[in-house]
Write a protein that binds this ligand. Sequence first.
Ligand SMILES: O=P(O)(O)OC[C@H]1O[C@H](OP(=O)(O)OP(=O)(O)O)[C@H](O)[C@@H]1O
Ligand SMILES: NC(=O)CC[C@H](N)C(=O)O
Ligand SMILES: [Mg+2]
Length: 509
Amino acid sequence: MCGILGAVSRSPVNQLLYDGLLLLQHRGQDAAGIATAMGKTFNMHKANGLVRDVFRTRNMRSLPGFSGIAHVRYPTAGSASNSEEAQPFYVNAPFGIMLAHNGNLTNSEQLKDEMFRRDRRHINTESDSEVLLNVLANELQAAVSGVTLDPVSIFEAVRGLHRRVRGAYACVAEIAGAGVLAFRDPWGIRPLCLGATENEKGDTEHMVASESVALEGLGYRLVRDVAPGEAIFIDLEGTLFTEQCAESPVLSPCVFEYVYFARPDSMIDGASVYDARLRMGEYLAESLKREAWRGDIDVVMPIPDTSRPAAMQLAMKLGIQYREGFIKNRYVGRTFIMPGQAVRKKTVRQKLNAMSVEFKGKNVLLVDDSIVRGTTSREIVQMARDSGANKVYFASAAPPVRFPNVYGIDMPTRGELIAHGRSDDEIRIAIGADALIYQSIEDMKQSVRDVNPALRDFDASCFDGRYVTGDVTAAYLDEIERQRLAEPAGGDEDTPRSQMNLQFSVARD
Ligand SMILES: O=P(O)(O)OC[C@H]1O[C@H](OP(=O)(O)OP(=O)(O)O)[C@H](O)[C@@H]1O
Ligand SMILES: NC(=O)CC[C@H](N)C(=O)O
Ligand SMILES: [Mg+2]
C-alpha cells in the first residue's frame, strides 16, 4: 500500500505535505517524496527511507510552492531498493506532469508495450506507476487542443485513462501551470478522500488524501470520499471541479484496508475503520462461542498493534479478561510491509516482547487481525510458550488469506501464504497453536457493512479469489508465480517486488 496527498493552498505547502506524510507513514515505509509547483516550475525531493529520514531542512527549503503532491511507498512493482521508483514520477510533456499512485495495475506490461509501439514513449523503471503517468500524459495530449488546459479536457483525459488502464489506482497529479488532479479507479479499490479548510481570509482550500486521518491531523475537515471513477481537479486559484469519468463505476473498496492497512482513526468510504474492527471482534466472539475449547481460555491478548480493537471487543463479548502480554517497541515499524522475509522474521522479535508474568500457567487466546505469511503468528505462539503459557490458542479477525493480491498489497505468490493449500488444522500445526479459529468471509464483510450499510461489495480477492476488475485469470496468477520463483535465489532478502507486474519482455522491433 502507499499513501498519497495533494493540496492547493494560498500558503506554502511543503510543511503541510511533510506533516501529512507522517500521518500516512503506516501505508508505506520504503520511500517518500514531495513535489511542489512554484508557478510553472516543479520542485521535487524523493528517496528511499522513512519520511523523517528522507527530508532534511535543506530538502524542505528546496520545495517552495503553493500546490503539490506527496507519496509514501510500499512497493508492489519494481523493487524497494530502487530509489528511481520512489514517487512522485515526472514527465515533461504535455505541459509537465507529476504523479503519485497508490495501487497496482494488472495490465501494466501490456500498457508498457503499447507505450513503446504506439505512443513512442520510454518507460525507464519497472514501476507500474511510471506507466500510469505516461498513459495520463498521452491521454492529456490527445484531449487538449492548443496550449490552454481546462477542466473539461483534463476530465476527458481521465476518461481515456480509465478505458486503457486495469487494476487499482488512486492517484494525485500536479499539472504545471494548471493545478492538482486526483482520481480513483472505477472500482474504488484503494481509498481517496477530499478535505477542506478555511484560510485566514475565509477562502476554502482543498486537499486530497488516502486517509481521512491525514486531513484531520492537518486541520482539514473530511468533505467526502472521492467516488470510484471520479476525478477532482483543483486549479491554482483553489477552485474545485469534479466529474464522474468512468462508464460504469462500482464501489468495491479493498476490505483489507479495514482489516489491517488503514489507521483505525480513519473513515474510509463512510465506514470508521475502528468500528469495523470492533465488529470483527464481535463476530469472531460469536463463532468462538461454538468452540468447545472456548471454556478453557483464561485471558485474551492482542498482538499489537492492529488487532487491538478486535481483541478488546472479542474479550468483552466473551466475558474473559483482556490483558496486554506483548509490548511493542514503538520505534520499530510495521513488519508485514517490510521487504524481505528474513528481515520481517527478525523484526517480529525485536518489535514485540512477551511479559512472562502474563503467561505463566495460563491458557491464552492470542488475537491477530490477520495471518498472511504466518511470520508473526509462528513467532508469537513460540514466544508465548517460552514465557510459560499452558495452552496457546489463536484467533484471526480476518479469514485465511489464500489468494494473491494484485491490487496494491504485497501478497504475491500462493506458496508464500501460510493458508494456501492447507486446511485450518494444518495451519494450526504450522503456527504451533493448540487451537485456531478464523473469521468467516461473510462475517468480515458484514463487520464493515454494519458500520456503513451502503457498502455492498468489496474487493476481498485475497480471501475469496474473486478479482473485481475481471481481468485476473489463472494464467496471470501463474505467470506472477513463475516470475517470482525465477528470481535469483535469496532475492527475497533484497526486494523482488516484480510479482505484481508481469515482466513480459518487450520485443523492440
Ligand atoms: O502473517 P504475517 O505475514 O506475519 O502478517 C500478518 C501480521 O502482520 C501485520 O502486523 P504488522 O507488524 O505489520 O503491523 P501492526 O503493528 O500494525 O500490527 C498484521 O497486523 C499481522 O500481525
Ligand atoms: N502499494 C502501492 O500502492 C504501490 C504503488 C506502485 N505499484 C509501486 O510499486 O510503487
Ligand atoms: Mg500486526
